[in-house]
Design a protein around this ligand. Structure first.
Ligand code: UD1
Length: 386
């Protein structure tokens, strides 16, 4: 490390919710290797052991230096509480930069605090757009990108989106996908699906179907927060489960709503196994072994593309178009006919093969570390010079 870099305040790395951890783990590792001082801050947006501690240990991520313990709340309450608790951290530690990942409420809240204090913000996974402002994540993405000094992208389509929003090109850097860094680093350690079922007290015989098994995850408010959408989706899963057994890892939001709407009976079909939220290595094993993954997650669309496993996305849009153009993803919305025919096609032909997109090669975090070090060094030199 250069002498100048030693005088820098830490790079404050922020995580808040489950999909942040697999993005941040390789970044923290690469920063440490590059000699960048890191302060890892967890906002506490997700707090259940199943949503949190287990993923940290699976990903071999150090325990956070600071946990703000905000917990759940409405968007306004959660965002405001993160901001209120993050501000003193910035005041105390004088970061050289605040680095945020993805699109959760913690991403936006911490970017806003840092920017107003004149601290540069680096955003990893910039420029993705669903063009659907009903998604809370879309609001978080747009605003975080407007606030950021450094915008690291996973796919080239992001550059056009950012240019349309008036963001100067020199702030934007194509580095690839840190989530795939984690996937490639952990692929060998993935837990076999049968072992996961046994650990959860379920009969693994269900996995021995001649067509294999499907994996399901659902948690988007647009799919699970109303009985009118959730019921037909669960009925459809019931129907699919007569052709292909399904392993359904239930997010707490979904589990709560299934109970609230009295839909539990729809999950007790003989072809459906429900599991609590899984660790990273269990989920990786399930996805890698699946015949198809049905999901409304953003990250899983990318992970299935990297694993070359067919994915049916139960959303009307995606902010990750490369997974459709180059990968294994099919956008099906909640349309019964489209979903059933996509499943039928996968069972008959194996589905889309796809290819792994550019720079989804396991080295994205190293590219960020190199770029950020050089940027901070140049900024420091300019400050000393000026
Ligand atoms: C958040 C992110 C979403 C991400 C998802 C992954 C935002 C706006 N949304 O949505 O982008 O895809 O995480 O999981 O930031 N709950 C628990 N335990 C927990 C966390 C939550 O039981 O550890 C329950 C609570 O009832 C809570 C509900 O789940 O009200 C929703 O949690 P919340 O963090 O508000 O949003 P997610 O739906 O998890």
């Amino acid at each position: 490390m250069s002498k100048l870099l030693t005088g820098l305040g830490p790079v404050v790395c922020v995580v808040g919710a489950r999909p942040n951890y697999m993005k941040m783990a390789p970044i923290v590792r690469a920063f440490k290797a590059a000699g960048l001082p890191v302060l890892l801050v967890h906002t506490g947006q997700h707090y259940d052991a199943a949503m949190n501690d287990r993923l940290f240990s699976d990903l071999k991520m150090p325990a956070p230096d600071i946990n703000l313990e905000v917990g759940s709340g409405t968007h306004a309450v959660q965002t405001a509480e993160i901001m209120r608790r993050f501000e003193p951290v910035v005041d105390e530690h004088h970061p050289s930069c605040v680095l945020v990942v993805g699109d959760v409420n913690s991403t936006l809240a911490c970017s806003l605090v840092a920017t107003k204090k004149g601290i540069p913000v680096a955003h990893v996974e910039s420029g993705l757009r669903s063009y659907d402002r009903a998604m809370p994540e879309e609001i978080n993405r747009i605003l975080t990108d407007q606030l950021s000094d450094l915008l690291y992208t996973t796919e080239r389509s992001a550059h056009g989106n950012l240019a349309r929003e008036g963001i100067p090109e020199e702030r934007v850097e194509f580095v690839g996908n840190v989530m795939i860094d984690s996937l490639l680093a952990n692929r060998e350690q993935a837990v076999a699906p049968a072992e996961t079922l046994v650990r959860e007290g379920k009969d693994p015989a269900i996995l021995e179907h001649p067509k294999g098994f499907g994996v399901v995850t659902l948690h988007r408010p647009s799919n699970v927060d109303s009985a009118d959408t959730l019921r037909p989706l669960l009925e459809l899963l019931n129907e699919i489960s007569t052709r292909l057994p399904l392993v359904f890892a239930l997010h707490p939001r979904t589990r709560n709503n299934v109970e609230r709407f009295g839909l539990g009976h729809l999950l007790s079909a003989p072809g459906i196994v429900c599991l609590p939220p899984q660790g990273y290595l269990e989920m990786l094993g399930l996805m890698a072994g699946a015949t198809v993954v049905l999901t409304d997650s953003g990250g899983i669309q990318e992970e299935t593309t990297a694993l070359a496993v067919p994915c049916i996305t139960l959303r009307e849009n995606t902010e990750r178009p490369i997974t459709i153009e180059q990968g294994t993803n099919v956008l099906a919305g909640c349309d019964r006919g489209i979903i059933l025919s996509a499943v039928a096609d996968i069972l008959a032909t194996g589905g889309k093969r796809g290819r792994v997109p550019e720079y989804w090669d396991g080295h994205a975090a190293e590219r960020i570390a190199a770029h950020l070090s050089a940027w901070l060094l140049a900024r420091q030199a300019a400050a000393v010079g000026g």
